[in-house]
Structures are given as structure tokens and as C-alpha cells.
Design a protein around this ligand. Structure first.
Ligand SMILES: Cc1cc2nc3c(=O)[nH]c(=O)nc-3n(C[C@H](O)[C@H](O)[C@H](O)COP(=O)(O)OP(=O)(O)OC[C@H]3O[C@@H](n4cnc5c(N)ncnc54)[C@H](O)[C@@H]3O)c2cc1C
Length: 169
């Protein structure tokens, strides 16, 4: 077995001196799928990370770690609400700050929760009586094997207490 050679120290918030076989910072869906295909060819485990604030590595990871760094915040103002479409790789707290600076209420109770936006629906983040499910209309998911993106409506995400359909993967 080859020894892990890529540090995950910067990719887990505890700063543990842990290594993986490969770390890929992917800012497009295509790069994530390419990393998946490579890991499949090499029969390696594959792990998607956000900021690594809710993952505790106990030992080196004998596979590929993909950091989802897809950026972008699109805000659409409609009569009854603002609609936001946010890349998974946007920091969650900075998103909350961004909306408040623009005078958009709704996310303030969820300020200061560590992690990336793409991780927020995985466990349905929540604080002070508000959960992501209260403000989330849909989650776009990338099917690694087909490379296609599908939109899951809020109901299809089966949000529960710090839980969702997405946490099964
Ligand atoms: C000090 C502290 C305070 C916290 N306070 C709260 C709180 O008040 N409320 C609350 O709900 N949570 C809280 N958390 C938990 C944490 O903020 C959430 O779990 C957050 O969503 C983790 O984001 P992350 O980007 O660091 O995820 P990571 O730790 O990187 O990943 C968490 C899990 O999600 C998966 N994942 C991450 N991104 C993706 C993706 N794009 N696609 C597929 N899978 C993905 C990972 O594989 C992993 O299983 C707290 C954590 C800490 C350390």
C-alpha cells in the first residue's frame, strides 16, 4: 500500500496532521466528476469536504478528498421574497453577513455556524429556533456517476433534526 502524501491539515478546522492520498480543490462540477472518475479507476475511497469543521479524522485517509469550492451568489428580488442561489463552496457565515448587508432578513439566527453553504443542507443546520429547512427551497445535487445535476425540492430532502436525505451519502 502506498503511503498517504497530501496534508489535510488546512482542510479540517482542528488542524489535525492528517494525510490523504490526494486532495482536490474543485471549483466546478466538472472537476468534481473528474476527481471521482480518477478515484474510481484507482479503486480509492472518495470523500467530499466543505471546511472540515464537522469531521474528525482519526487516522490518515486512504483515498481522495475533494473540497467543494464552487462559488457564486445570485440574488433575485421578487415581490414576496428574495431568492438566493448559492454555490456550495461559499462560506456560510459570510453568506449570512452578505445578505444582512443588503438588507435581506431571514438568515440572521444562523450566523456564525461554521462551514460551507454546501454542507448546510447535509445536516439541516440550525440555531435559535431556525433551521435551514425554513429557508431552503431546493438543493442541486451532482450525480457523480452520470455527471448530471438534479434539483431536489425541499420536500425531497426530508429535512429532520440535524439530518436530511443528503446525510445518507
Ligand atoms: C464550533 C462549532 C459550532 C457549531 N455550531 C453549530 C450550530 O449552531 N448549528 C448547527 O447546525 N451546526 C453547528 N456546527 C456543525 C457545523 O457547523 C455544521 O455541520 C456545518 O454544516 C459543517 O460545515 P463544513 O463545511 O465544515 O462541513 P464538513 O465538516 O466539511 O462536512 C460535514 C459532512 O458533510 C459532508 N459534506 C460537506 N460538504 C458537502 C458537499 N458539498 N457535498 C456532499 N457532502 C458534503 C462531508 O462529507 C461530511 O460528512 C458547529 C460546529 C462547530 C465546530
Amino acid at each position: 500500500m502506498s503511503s498517504p502524501d497530501t496534508s489535510l491539515k488546512a482542510f479540517n478546522t482542528l488542524g489535525l496532521e492528517i494525510n490523504a492520498q490526494a486532495v482536490v480543490i474543485a471549483d466546478t462540477a466538472e472537476k468534481i466528476v473528474a476527481a471521482w472518475n480518477t478515484s474510481q479507476k484507482q479503486h480509492q475511497p472518495f470523500l467530499v469536504l466543505g471546511e472540515g469543521s464537522n469531521v474528525l479524522f482519526l487516522e490518515n485517509f486512504a483515498g481522495s478528498v475533494i473540497v467543494n469550492a464552487i462559488k457564486g451568489i445570485v440574488i433575485e428580488e421578487q415581490d414576496e421574497a428574495w431568492h438566493l442561489h448559492v454555490g456550495a463552496g461559499e462560506n456560510w457565515h459570510r453568506l449570512v453577513e452578505h445578505t444582512l448587508k443588503k438588507g435581506i432578513p431571514g438568515l440572521e439566527n444562523l450566523a456564525l455556524i461554521p462551514g460551507m453553504t454546501g454542507s448546510a443542507p447535509i445536516q439541516n443546520i440550525g440555531a435559535y429556533g431556525v433551521e435551514l429547512k425554513d429557508v431552503c427551497h431546493y438543493v442541486d445535487v451532482l450525480h457523480l456517476t452520470s455527471g448530471k445535476t438534479a434539483r431536489l425540492h425541499r420536500d425531497e430532502c426530508h429535512f429532520g433534526y440535524r439530518d436530511s436525505y443528503l446525510s445518507m451519502y
